[in-house]
Design a protein around this ligand. Structure first.
Ligand SMILES: N[C@@H](CCC(=O)N[C@@H](CS)C(=O)NCC(=O)O)C(=O)O
Length: 226
C-alpha cells in the first residue's frame, strides 16, 4: 500500500491516515508531493480524481478521503484496532471523527497547521473560542465515558485520535491555553513516536509555501528553518 501525502509542515489532512498507519504498525510506502511544485495538481491527479492528498493506493485502487481511508483500513485490518472494539465507543469515535471532518471551520481557518512555526496568540477570535469550547467538551465527554484504559479518547489510540492529531499541532503552534484534561490529551498526542517523527520530518522539509504563511516572508521562514 502507498500513501500519497502533501507537505508534512502543512498538510493536516495527510497527517491523519499517516499517523494512524504508523502508530498501528501497518506497513505502507509514503509518496510525498510538494504543494510548491508547479506540477502538484498533475501529479496528484495521477492518484486521485480530486487531485488532492491524502490518497491511499492499494494496488490499482485509490481511496482519496481521510475518513474513507480509515474505514478502508478498518475493513482490511480488522485486528489492528483502527476503531475501538466496544460498539458504543466505536460509534462515538466515528461521530467525533466525522465532526472533525466536517466542522471546526473557524479553528481550521484561523489556526492552520504549521508544524515548525511558533505563532503564540495569533488566530484567536470569538468563533475560534467557540470551536475550542466544543473540542474541550467533546474530548471530556468521550474520555469520561470510554477513556479509562489509556490517555486517548477511547483509551487506546484509534482513528478518532488520528483525526485530532493535526489539532494538537495547531494548538501547540498557536500556544492555546487549555483546561488540564484537554492539555493532557494534546500532550499524549504530541508524545506519540509517530507524531515526533512527523514533526522532525516537517521541520526538515524547508519547503516554504507562501499562501500558508500569512505571517512570514520566505526569508523569515528560511531563517527559522536554518
Ligand atoms: N476530504 C479530503 C480533503 C483533502 C484536502 O483538502 N487536501 C488538501 C491538502 S491538506 C489538498 O490536497 N490541497 C491541495 C489543493 O487543493 O490543490 C480528505 O479528507 O482527505
Amino acid at each position: 500500500m502507498q500513501l500519497v501525502i502533501g507537505n508534512k509542515n502543512y498538510s493536516s489532512w495527510s497527517l491523519r491516515p499517516w499517523v494512524l498507519l504508523r502508530t498501528l504498525d501497518i506497513p505502507f510506502t509514503e509518496i510525498r508531493l510538494s504543494f510548491n511544485d508547479p506540477d502538484f495538481k498533475l501529479q496528484a491527479h495521477q492518484y486521485s480524481p480530486t487531485a488532492k492528498v491524502p490518497v491511499l493506493v492499494d494496488h490499482d485502487f485509490a481511496v482519496w478521503d481521510s475518513l474513507a481511508i480509515a474505514e478502508y483500513l478498518a475493513e482490511h485490518f480488522p485486528d489492528a484496532g483502527i476503531w475501538p472494539a466496544d460498539p458504543q465507543a466505536r460509534a462515538m469515535a466515528r461521530c467525533l471523527a466525522a465532526e472533525m471532518h466536517s466542522s471546526f471551520s473557524a479553528l481550521r481557518q484561523a489556526m492552520p497547521m504549521n508544524v515548525e512555526a511558533s505563532l503564540p496568540g495569533i488566530g484567536m477570535n470569538d468563533a475560534v473560542a467557540k470551536d475550542l469550547a466544543r473540542l474541550v467538551e467533546a474530548w471530556r465527554d468521550c474520555r469520561s465515558r470510554f477513556g479509562s484504559d489509556g490517555p486517548f479518547l477511547c483509551g487506546h489510540f484509534s482513528a478518532v485520535d488520528a483525526f485530532f492529531a493535526p489539532v494538537a499541532f495547531r494548538l501547540r503552534t498557536h500556544a492555546v491555553t487549555l483546561p488540564d484534561d484537554a492539555a493532557a490529551y494534546v500532550d499524549a498526542l504530541l508524545a506519540l513516536p509517530a507524531m515526533q517523527e512527523w514533526h522532525n520530518e516537517a521541520c526538515a522539509e524547508q519547503d516554504f509555501v507562501s499562501c500558508d504563511e500569512p505571517y512570514r516572508s520566505a526569508d523569515e521562514a528560511a531563517a527559522a528553518w536554518a
